[in-house]
Design a protein around this ligand. Structure first.
Ligand SMILES: Cc1ncc(C[n+]2csc(CCOP(=O)(O)OP(=O)(O)O)c2C)c(N)n1
Ligand SMILES: [Mg+2]
Length: 531
């Protein structure tokens, strides 16, 4: 009789899951064994959080669930910080974690902790499989939950003995997606009328609505109604560096339609002075969300509602405003051209952006992390495919995400821009990239400090109280070389284009260590404490 682990593998395969991002451990080896010969490839990483970041990036880029498999106790706990990123990004990730055996529960089993309880705050649902005969159903339910309603991470703990138990039937269970909830006719009518009557309406799409086919649906609504649509994926929200001066336009809005986004911290909870007095908000969320005075809240699937509104809306009447918002969004401050062309050493982050942009224009994927250098990358680069660290405000995801980006878009080069501090989080994933032949170019903005926090210290405490934020001017390019990758060290802007070209041509994971000027991130309007 087959092991239950086989039913797990078959259910993943039947659901179209092709990749398992993983790191080994006692309790999950039966799954590795069951995957042999099946169309399910294991990508083993150097840290469990990296496996989850890869699953998250895969899910975001392909709109298909990303699955990570890690071991019990500490392996599971290592994975959780990355799950928070997926939760905040509305990214359909399934975290499967080995767990201590059922029969030893409560006896102090090896690596025994309440894993489902630990995962609950960063998932839509988390539970432990209890019956080997029903494992396939558990997996199918978890995959369904991750993709239904508000997409997001789901966790399933897998006791080692349960995975190894024999089952009569190891065939797959089918994943049934729940039908998206639509808004009522009266509700859509109200929204359409509010948008039509508004002078300066704006649509804001949350992270799940700001990518792939959902973003295309939002743009269709924007075209039909003439209401400008902006994505909201940055923890800096209204100060999202990619918006440039368009944050000032938001402050003038009189009606704001939030799709897959609520009035959270990043939107200053809808309070002044960030928003005009009397601005009307409509929030459409698939998840129940607290009602607020003066905020029309509709609990329904944001994509379904977007399509309903597009079908119902009349033609545009606010084109002048729409053009203005688009123009301001695309306009960068006057001094930026000089900074892009600058020849000073150490380099300004925008001079780095200037060398990367031509690659993005030719279709490369952009991955941008946080920190000050990450903010400059997000502000100064335009890319058709872009992954950023997202509303979690967490740093560290760029290296593993770059690998998954290459897997999702195998013919496009990948540029990951990250700070020197952030590089330390998952630097060893260069090894993973090399083992699987998934090259990318990490452009490390090296200012020898945790600059984002250093800048806050300067602002709030003064230079004499700026502590615990300096790093060494380390040659991170040599880390890449030591691991078998390609390294470039660049101090002058004029050397950067050729270094990037050599990094891509090497066909290896590459680190371009760029000595940069540790300047503060760009701000447009009110400065925010940030990430
Ligand atoms: C997981 C996590 N730890 C710490 C922070 C706080 N933090 C935000 S930016 C930053 C500094 C990043 O330094 P670096 O990568 O060198 O980029 P820089 O700001 O220097 O350009 C830190 C520590 C965070 N956002 N996430
Ligand atoms: Mg730094």
């Amino acid at each position: 009789m087959p092991a239950a682990a086989r039913a797990l593998v078959e259910t993943l395969v039947a659901a179209g899951v092709e990749h398992l991002f993983t790191l080994s451990g006692n309790q999950i080896l039966s799954v590795y064994d069951a995957a042999i010969g099946r169309p399910l490839t294991l990508y083993h990483t150097r840290h469990e959080a990296a496996a989850v970041h890869m699953a998250d990036a895969w899910a975001r880029l392909t709109d298909r669930p990303g699955v990570a498999l890690v071991t019990a106790g500490p392996g599971h706990l290592n994975a959780l910080s990355a799950l928070y990123g997926a939760r905040m990004e509305d990214s359909p990730v399934l975290l499967l974690s080995g767990a201590s055996p059922r029969g030893e529960r409560g006896l102090g089993a090896f690596q025994e902790i309440d894993q489902a309880a630990a995962a609950r705050p960063v998932t839509k649902a988390a539970w432990t499989a209890e019956d080997p005969q029903r494992l396939a159903d558990d997996v199918a339910r978890a995959l369904s939950l991750a993709q239904s309603e508000r997409p997001g991470p789901v966790h399933l703990s897998l006791p080692g003995d349960l995975l190894e138990a024999n089952v009569a039937d190891a065939s797959a269970a089918r994943v049934m997606l729940t039908a998206p909830a639509r808004a009522g006719d009266a509700e859509t009518k109200t929204i359409v009328e509010m948008l039509a009557a508004a002078k300066r309406p704006v649509i804001i799409a949350g992270p799940g609505m700001a990518r792939g086919s959902r973003w295309a649906a939002v743009q269709a609504l924007a075209r039909t109604t003439g209401v400008p649509a902006l994505p909201s994926e940055s923890p800096r929200g209204l100060n999202d560096p990619w918006l440039h001066g368009a944050n000032a336009s938001l402050a003038q809005a009189d009606v704001v339609l939030l799709l897959g986004k609520t009035l959270d911290f990043s939107l200053r909870f809808g309070r002044g002075p960030a928003w005009a007095a009397g601005c009307h908000f409509v929030q459409v969320s698939a998840e129940p969300t607290p009602t607020r005075d003066g905020v029309l809240t509709i609990v329904a699937d944001p994509l379904a509602v977007t399509e309903q509104l597009t079908a119902k809306a009349g033609s545009a009447s606010t084109t002048g405003w729409t053009d203005e918002v688009a123009r301001i969004r695309a306009t960068t401050p006057p001094g930026w051209n000089d900074l892009r062309r600058g020849t000073s050493s150490p380099m300004h982050p925008l001079a780095v952006c200037a060398a990367v942009q031509p690659w993005l224009d030719r279709g490369a994927t952009l991955v941008a992390d946080g920190g000050e250098f990450g903010q400059w990358a997000q502000a100064g680069l335009e890319a058709r495919e872009r992954l950023i660290n997202g509303p979690s405000g967490s740093i560290g995801s760029a290296m593993p995400m770059a690998i998954a980006a290459r897997l999702a878009r195998p013919t496009a080069p990948v540029f990951a821009l990250l700070g020197d501090g952030t590089f330390g989080f998952h630097a060893l994933e260069i090894d993973t990239a090399l083992r699987y032949g998934l090259p990318f170019v990490a452009v490390v903005g090296n200012d020898a400090r945790w600059n984002a926090e250093h800048q806050l210290q300067l602002k709030h405490y003064g230079a004499e109280r700026a502590v615990a934020c300096s790093l060494l001017p380390t040659r991170y390019d040599r880390v890449a070389e030591a691991l078998g990758g390609h390294g470039e060290h660049v101090e002058r802007a004029s050397d950067l284009p050729a270094a990037l070209a050599r990094a891509v041509a090497s066909g290896k994971p590459a680190v371009v260590n760029v000595v940069i000027d540790g300047v503060a991130a760009p701000t447009f309007g009110t400065a925010a404490r940030g990430h």
